[in-house]
Design a protein around this ligand. Structure first.
Ligand SMILES: O=P(O)(O)OC[C@H]1O[C@H](OP(=O)(O)OP(=O)(O)O)[C@H](O)[C@@H]1O
Ligand SMILES: NC(=O)CC[C@H](N)C(=O)O
Ligand SMILES: [Mg+2]
Length: 499
């Protein structure tokens, strides 16, 4: 998952793009970029690091213009360095920049086609550069005149849908012409559009999550529909069109479990409320398995599990206590690159308040157990703080399968649950008792009350890949390329080339 944002405004957009990126920082901590357009020129600044580290005051002054796009990156392809930070740029036709959230599952085939038939060169390992070049090729293929129309953008997106597989929520800008955005035909990754009235006219913004629009003073209009494209021309006119043959809204359920901020609304569902309901269904399950439990206190593992843990406590009728304090200067652990860094950061990030553990039977609640990096260490920390017994509950089911749609969990062996049943995982993380949410309850908690979402992308829990093109060969190749081990080797290889 990455974060995307774009604005067509009446006044300078770069300060707002910057602020928007900080509101989307939880979606990507590795790299950031902003591209603006001023007097027919493109201004682009991108680099590795957190938003606050990438842009200097001087950069912000240079990023002039009333139209622009921006991106925060959490890589799922290629490396995490500056060269693959986004937005990407191609100079023809018109000059296009693009930022992408998601992951293409047919990037290799497309890359070959681009080279052999479309005569385009891809210079990185990033699938997003592939996506931009497919877009540019298809737009070029329309033999466009100097007058770029909304219909030409829509025909191009329709062609992108025909060629690309996987997940893509995209923000792009055509230099001097306008900003466009689109979502893949399954709407796996989120994107919303909002507007605001300024003294001189209407401004539009598009972002991965509504929290970014809200924070910038835009009113949420709606989600971009799966398969739909949106184009806001430089005059500020909004054009929209459905560009897919058979769109079926199937958002990634992990957005609700962990990825998104709780104060966002995705596909008309409040992430916060879905997490509260996850707590309710999890408590129901706990009571089914242990009607006569002896839990003294429910303790969340900050940050993301707080909302669900609160509702677990309320529904069990047990005290809720903040037993771990989070160091506010450390980011999200799960999206850090490399297991060593992730492991080290758990103890730097969380420290226990001993008196909440001492002599008590505690129920620790987390939103998910993926590699088990957090849960294993946290159970030990609870014991070291004097807990009598340590129970553990996960607000989502066991993560047993790689994700190929924009979450970097490529190697099945790295997932703690891949070859274990619940009793074995319980043992591996050192808990006295472990309970998981079921997939049925998770879906019920997110969908709630007959919400019209037809399907969810649930592959990391179920192994069912909704795009229908992910088989064992694909997963084996992905694992070879992107497991922690191979990434370590790749980055040392990169260093050699640079030297
Ligand atoms: O089993 P693991 O591989 O450890 O992954 C799961 C953990 O990682 C995430 O926390 P993270 O620290 O990334 O972010 P948060 O502060 O938003 O909870 C998630 O909330 C779990 O706590
Ligand atoms: N997590 C994402 O959305 C990643 C986008 C893209 N696949 C990249 O690696 O840059
Ligand atoms: Mg967490």
């Amino acid at each position: 998952m990455c974060g995307i944002i774009g604005i067509v405004g009446q006044e300078s957009v770069s300060p707002r793009l910057y602020d928007g990126l900080t509101l989307l920082q939880h979606r990507g901590q590795d790299a950031a970029g902003i591209a603006t357009c001023h007097e027919g020129r493109l201004i682009l600044r991108r680099g590795a690091g957190l938003v606050r580290d990438v842009f200097s005051t001087g950069d912000m002054q240079r990023l002039e213009g009333t139209m622009g796009i921006a991106h925060v990156r959490y890589p799922t392809a290629g490396t995490s360095g500056q060269a693959e930070s986004q937005p990407f740029y191609v100079n023809s036709p018109y000059g296009i920049v693009m930022g992408h959230n998601g992951n293409l599952t047919n990037a290799d085939v497309l890359k070959r086609e681009l080279f052999e038939s479309d005569l385009r060169h891809i210079n990185t390992q990033s699938d997003s550069e592939v996506l931009l070049n497919v877009f540019a090729h298809e737009l070029q293929d329309l033999k466009p005149s100097t007058n770029l129309t909304a219909d030409m953008i829509f025909s191009t997106v329709a062609a992108v849908h025909r060629r690309c597989r996987g997940a893509y929520a995209v923000i792009g800008m055509v230099v001097g012409r306008g900003v466009f955005a689109f979502r893949d035909p399954l709407g796996i990754r989120p994107a919303v559009i909002g507007h605001r009235q300024s003294e001189t006219g209407t401004e539009y913004a598009i972002a991965s999550e509504s929290v970014a629009l809200q924070g910038l003073g835009f009113n949420l209009l709606r989600d971009i529909a799966p398969g739909e494209a949106v184009y806001i021309d430089v005059e500020g006119n909004l054009h929209t069109e459905q560009c897919a043959q058979n769109p079926v809204l199937s958002p990634c359920i992990f957005e609700y479990v962990y990825l998104a901020r709780p104060d966002s609304i995705i596909d008309n569902i409040s992430v916060y409320k879905s997490r509260l309901r996850m707590g309710e269904t999890l408590a129901r399950r706990i009571l089914q398995e242990r009607p006569d439990h002896d839990i003294d206190v429910v303790i969340p593992i900050p940050d993301t599990s707080r909302t669900s843990a609160l509702e677990v406590a309320v529904n069990l009728g047990v005290k809720y206590r903040e037993g771990f304090i989070k160091n506010r200067y450390i980011g999200r652990t799960f999206i850090m690159p490399g297991q060593q860094l992730r492991k080290k950061s758990v103890r730097q990030k969380l420290s226990p308040i001993d008196l909440e553990f001492n002599g008590k039977t505690v129920l620790l609640v987390d939103d998910s157990i993926v590699r088990g990096t957090t849960s294993g260490q946290i159970v030990q920390m609870a014991r070291d703080a004097g807990a009598k017994k340590v129970y553990f509950a996960s607000a989502s089911p066991p993560v047993r399968h790689p994700n190929v749609y924009g979450i970097d969990m490529p190697a099945v062996e790295e997932l703690i649950a891949h070859d274990k049943d619940t009793a074995e995982i319980e043992k591996a993380i050192g808990a006295d008792w472990l309970v998981y949410q079921t997939i049925e309850d998770l879906i019920e908690a997110v969908r709630y009350d007959k919400h019209p979402i037809e399907d969810f992308e649930t592959s990391c829990f179920t192994g069912e890949y909704i795009t229908g093109d992910v088989d064992k060969n694909y997963l084996d190749a992905l694992e070879k390329l992107r497991s922690d081990n191979s990434k370590r080797q790749q980055s040392s290889a990169d260093d050699l080339i640079v030297l």
